[in-house]
Design a protein around this ligand. Structure first.
Ligand code: PLP
Length: 288
């Protein structure tokens, strides 16, 4: 940040930054697995798309940001890492309230890889509850701009914890399934996949599931996912850069189908991790 590479403990922003005060920021998270970035180009596309929609500018082009991300990982030494690039609105040097006066701030960091699901949950599937909190509508906050408007998602998590679940699914204004705190969701029914089409972050892992399904001829579409479709699914899984493809086996205290991780989820998970070594899907970190 601010043209320097720092230990994480020294990386700090001003309390006057509107990224902090107004959640006026966009970001993207890419991961490194086994010393290789996974689908970095897609993450850069999404990040630069968000900057444009929020009318933010940074003094780096795509190659410049990619170089910074490589350097963060190389300096940290991590072989498996969670790598975040962020642009905040910054602050106005004159304390003006006009966002056009703010000096946008770019920063990036690399920390050890983390997952939404822990190893035990990966084995037996996550226990999920449908939250009473409704997802912020896309007409208010464009979900294709990756953002930190997380109060609905955090309330969803507490709703889930209160009901002894491990994470939450949040519905949209029409009562259909949207997404969860840091992940998209898929249902598998009769061998075909479906994920919510709108009102969600277009996740890179979600996109990857579509690409994998095209390779192995599994039908997959984006559409309206009702709560009934979720409850009666053969399999449910969630997707995130933090954890990949993660099974869900219990919904609101009841098992999904037989309550076991299903074959389609297993097949896609295995293929997903295999792609991390494929040069068409991943790029080696430039370690010194
Ligand atoms: N939905 C939300 C709200 C997220 O924050 C995230 C990731 O952080 C996702 C979905 C999953 O997106 P991706 O697969 O690009 O990590």
């Amino acid at each position: 940040m601010d043209s320097q590479y720092l230990p994480m403990s020294e990386a700090k922003i001003s309390v006057l930054d509107w990224g902090f005060l107004h959640s006026d920021a966009t970001y993207d998270t890419v991961h490194v697995w086994g010393g290789r970035f996974f689908r970095l180009d897609l993450h850069l596309d999404r990040f630069f798309g968000g900057l444009e929609k929020l009318r933010m500018t940074i003094p780096f082009n795509r190659d410049g940001v990619a170089e910074i991300l490589h350097n963060c990982v190389a300096l940290s030494g991590h072989r498996s890492s969670y790598v975040e690039m962020i642009c905040t609105r910054g602050a106005s040097p004159t304390f003006s309230r006009d966002p056009r006066d703010a000096v946008n701030r770019f920063m990036a960091f690399a920390i050890p890889y983390g997952s939404v699901a822990n190893p035990e949950q990966m084995q037996r599937g996550l226990h999920v509850a449908i939250s009473r909190t409704v997802r912020i509508p896309a007409a208010s906050v464009d979900p294709s701009i990756k953002n930190y408007h997380w109060l609905d998602l955090v309330r969803g998590l507490y709703d889930a914890y209160d009901r002894s679940a491990e994470t939450a699914l949040i519905l949209d204004m029409a009562g259909n399934v949207a997404e969860g705190p840091g992940f998209n969701v898929f249902v598998v029914s009769n061998g075909a996949l479906m994920t919510p089409a709108s009102g969600v972050l277009p996740g890179i892992t979600r996109r990857t599931v579509f690409d994998l399904c095209a390779e192995i001829d599994i039908p997959a579409v984006a559409g309206e996912v009702t709560v009934d479709a979720l409850r009666s699914a053969d399999e449910v899984f969630i997707t995130s850069t933090a954890g990949g493809i993660m099974p869900v086996t219990v919904l609101d205290g009841r098992p999904i189908a037989d309550g076991k991780v299903g074959p389609v989820t297993r097949q896609l998970t295995e293929l997903y991790w295999r792609k991390h070594e494929d040069p068409n899907w991943s790029t080696p970190v430039r370690y010194p």
